[in-house]
Each structure stands twice: as structure tokens, then as C-alpha cells.
Design a binder for this molecule. Structure first.
Ligand SMILES: [Zn+2]
Length: 352
């Protein structure tokens, strides 16, 4: 994290105060900063699905956009060619040199316009051409979260929700791959996101995202929260905004899973105290999904097992060891860490 330069630059003041920083304290401060500041370096990652690996490929020249205020991103495409944004997964096909600006939106503003038999299939973005006519972009490829391995392509119809003024429309896609839908840029650019028709029985590349609640529990107690999300950065953004009320730390474990729109149950060993033993998963609104919460009074390891409700099918499992958690003695940030957290005004708080 480049932000650490601000903490290291203040080390001389800390030393004058006699408050030296150990390597462990520095590591924990980094973790705490990440909790407070969000995932600054959030980068689009292709789903690590074994079945879809062979269809995933690299697209054109990689670009890292400039970050503007309020989560807006901007990239200069140097000339005719194909460019892939490393932060969002968007792929632009330009016919000439062009400046594009874009931002990740929340589906919460648009999910009501996606009606059955259509469903949300990927993140939604606002894309604009800054210095040319929109036709300077031939196409935009939008990431989707569907696992298309083994699917009969002709039976699955993918589209792009294009929100123009009061009349959102679902437009055809030029082609689709295991990770993207390719959309021909029409006369206007505005919010666009991948959608799919009659895809209720198609699994989504998903993530079981586990967080340690640092404000709850007591000494020798651990509280873990488990959220289910499709590999859809709009959903992940919504989920993280739900978590701003407390202090949570992402537990660094394997998160990948395949998720269908259905109910899931969480099992735990040891059993701990589970709130919400079963929950629905839906891509239409992450707000409806809620989260699992597990409370333990004993030390790790904890083995979590996510199963399809009322079946033995395991969707995801993980064992959390002592080293994966901050631990109760580290739950309160030191005075120095609090000072750094409060004084670090040059952190980027918004996700792309
Ligand atoms: Zn897949």
C-alpha cells in the first residue's frame, strides 16, 4: 500500500514520543487501515473456476486508469485497438485515440428495471467518452458472473441493460465469452450492465466472503460473518457499504464458489452459535441475502461448511486457523494506530 509512506514518514515523531513501532504492530496497523479505508487496490480478477479456465483469455493492452474523485476512473486509449482495464475488467475497442471515463455503479438503483425472465448477470458501469463522439468506441465488453461451462449457448440469451433517460432497454450482445459480453456502442453511452434471460438454473461464479467482526465478542471470543456474493463488483461494493457501521477484517482464505439462486445452510465445527442458519442467495439484490454470523467462545480452528439447503451438496468449505484471525488481544487498535487512522486523510476511500 503506497499509503504506508504517510505512516513511515511520521515515524520520527513517534520515536521522539518514545512510541516505537514493531514489525508486528506495523502489520496490524496495515490491517486496521485496510479495514477503515476499504480495499483501495481492488482489482478485477477473473473467477478461478476450473471448468471455465480454458475459456478465459487476455484481451488487448492492459490499462490502469487514473482515479478521479467519487470513484470515477479515466483512461486515455492511445489509438485504434483493444484495451482491458485492470481495475474493472471492462474491455474497450477504440477506432481512434480517445479519452474514456467510467465508474462502477450499484444495481440498487436499476435492479427494478430488470424483470423476469431477465436477471442481473454482472456489474453495472457508467461509461462516457470525454473528448470524442461515442462512436470512437466500437465496442465495450462487460464482465459477467455466469458459469457458462457446459451450457448450450443457443439456449441462454445474454443482453446488456442500457439505461438511457427514462427508458432503459435491453440490447443484444455481439458475442459472449466465459467472462464477458460484447456490446456494440450505440449512439449514447450511459449505465450499462450484463443481463441474462431464463438463466435461473445457471450457476454464478461467486464468493463466500468471510469477515472477522472486531467490535463484537470479548476476550477469547470470535465473531465471524459470511456473505455470499456473485463475482459482480457492483454487489461487492454494495456489500462493503453495508459493513461500514462496524469494524470488519476480511479473513484471507479461499472464497471461490459456484452459487445458484436458492437457499443455503451454514454448518460449523465446532458448532459455535450460529445466527441465520439458512439464507437465500439472489443476484437481484444483495440486500435480500443477508449474512451468516457465527459466534465462538473457543479458539480456532473453525471449519465452516456451506451447503445447499436441505441437501448434502457442499458449495464451499474452509477451515479458519488461529493465524487467519487477528485475535481478541489485537481487537482494539493501539493509540498510535488510532492516531494514524484518524490522521491519514490522503487515503482513497472509494472503490473503482
Ligand atoms: Zn465456470
Amino acid at each position: 500500500m503506497s499509503n504506508l509512506s504517510s505512516s513511515s514518514s511520521s515515524s520520527s515523531e513517534e520515536e521522539e514520543d518514545g512510541d516505537s513501532v514493531s514489525r508486528e504492530e506495523l502489520r496490524d496497523m496495515m490491517k486496521l487501515m485496510k479495514i477503515e479505508c476499504g480495499e483501495e487496490d481492488e482489482v478485477y480478477s477473473r473467477p478461478c473456476c476450473e471448468k471455465c479456465k480454458h475459456v478465459q483469455q487476455s484481451h488487448g493492452k492492459k490499462i490502469i486508469p487514473e482515479r478521479l474523485s467519487r470513484g470515477r476512473l479515466q483512461a486515455q486509449l492511445e489509438g485504434e485497438g483493444t484495451y482491458e482495464c485492470e481495475l474493472t475488467g471492462l474491455i474497450f475497442e477504440a477506432s481512434e485515440r480517445v479519452l474514456v471515463a467510467y465508474s462502477l455503479l450499484s444495481w440498487s438503483k436499476f435492479n427494478t428495471v430488470v424483470q423476469n425472465p431477465w436477471m442481473i448477470a454482472g456489474p453495472i458501469f457508467n461509461v462516457h467518452v470525454v473528448d470524442r463522439d461515442a462512436s470512437a468506441l466500437k465496442s465495450v465488453q462487460l464482465p459477467h458472473s455466469l458459469c457458462l461451462a457446459g451450457q448450450e449457448k443457443e439456449k441462454l440469451v445474454l443482453g446488456v441493460l442500457h439505461v438511457t433517460g427514462q427508458d432503459p432497454v435491453i440490447e443484444d450482445v455481439l458475442q459472449s465469452s466465459g467472462s464477458h459480453v460484447k456490446w456494440t456502442v450505440s449512439s449514447r453511452l450511459s449505465p450499462v450492465g450484463a443481463v441474462a434471460r431464463d438463466a435461473q438454473r445457471v450457476a454464478h461464479h461467486g464468493a463466500a466472503m468471510l469477515y472477522e467482526d472486531l467490535d463484537s465478542g470479548g476476550l477469547d471470543a470470535h465473531v465471524l460473518r459470511l456473505y455470499l456474493a456473485s463475482c459482480n463488483s457492483s454487489h461487492v461494493k454494495d456489500m462493503k457499504s453495508q459493513m461500514k457501521k462496524g469494524r470488519f477484517r476480511a479473513v484471507d482464505i479461499n472464497t471461490f464458489c459456484l452459487l445458484l439462486e436458492q437457499n443455503y445452510s451454514l454448518m460449523s465445527e465446532p458448532s459455535g452459535e450460529l445466527h441465520s442458519q439458512h439464507l437465500p442467495f439472489t443476484v437481484q439484490s444483495l440486500m435480500f441475502c443477508g449474512f451468516f454470523e457465527a459466534y465462538y467462545e473457543q479458539p480456532p480452528p473453525f471449519t465452516l461448511n456451506l451447503k445447499v439447503h436441505r441437501s448434502d451438496v457442499t458449495a464451499w468449505t474452509a477451515t479458519i486457523h488461529q493465524g487467519d484471525l487477528l485475535g481478541s488481544t489485537d481487537k482494539e487498535p493501539s493509540a498510535l494506530a488510532q492516531q494514524l487512522l484518524l490522521g491519514s486523510s490522503n487515503f482513497t476511500l472509494q472503490m473503482p
